[in-house]
Design a protein around this ligand. Sequence first.
Ligand code: GTP
Length: 185
Amino acid sequence: MIFITGGVRSGKSTFAEQMAAQRAKELGGRLHYLATGAPSDEEMSKRIMRHQQKRSESEFMWRTWEQPRHIERLASSFSKKDVVLLDCVTTLLNNELFFLNQEWEEEFLREVFERLLDGIGVLQANCAELVLVSNEVLNEPLGTNELVLKYSFMLGNLHQELVKRADRAYLVESGIPILVKGGRG
Ligand SMILES: Nc1nc2c(ncn2[C@@H]2O[C@H](COP(=O)(O)OP(=O)(O)OP(=O)(O)O)[C@@H](O)[C@H]2O)c(=O)[nH]1
């Protein structure tokens, strides 16, 4: 598993696509793009269309899946030789946290945390390489808002756990990927 993080517009999605395509070439499997985001406004809709256009024009054959929750349900769509790019973990977390409009009690947060890790684990077990993209939103001062603090702890812990499980991890800054864990493999 490869974990890629970076700030907004850092270039992490482009880097992740290159990395996934390279791995698919090496492994001889198909390439899947798993989008967890939704076109929430006009700007996002256009951005998604641009991404889709770019993938359709690329030299690689991408198959796109739009799955905001329950990513594990896609597992049977992949083969053990395939490469899956999941973009992105942050949106997946948001979708889980806000879907039920539930109070962020400790038990609920723990359940979401485990559900996400389980879902990612199921995907990982059903493909050759899982490339995860996430947002580095924790560099700002956290302030004192309780929800922001809970969210930040949750995302931080999730990132730590995913990096622990990943063979390689990158931080992308201004379009430059910095290898923070693992070899160049
Ligand atoms: N629903 C859907 N979302 C997509 C699709 N292709 C890309 N996306 C979403 O587009 C987002 C990534 O693109 P950007 O918003 O440009 O990424 P960014 O984080 O702002 O910038 P970078 O760091 O440069 O990647 C992710 O949330 C993807 O899930 C698609 O086919 N369908």
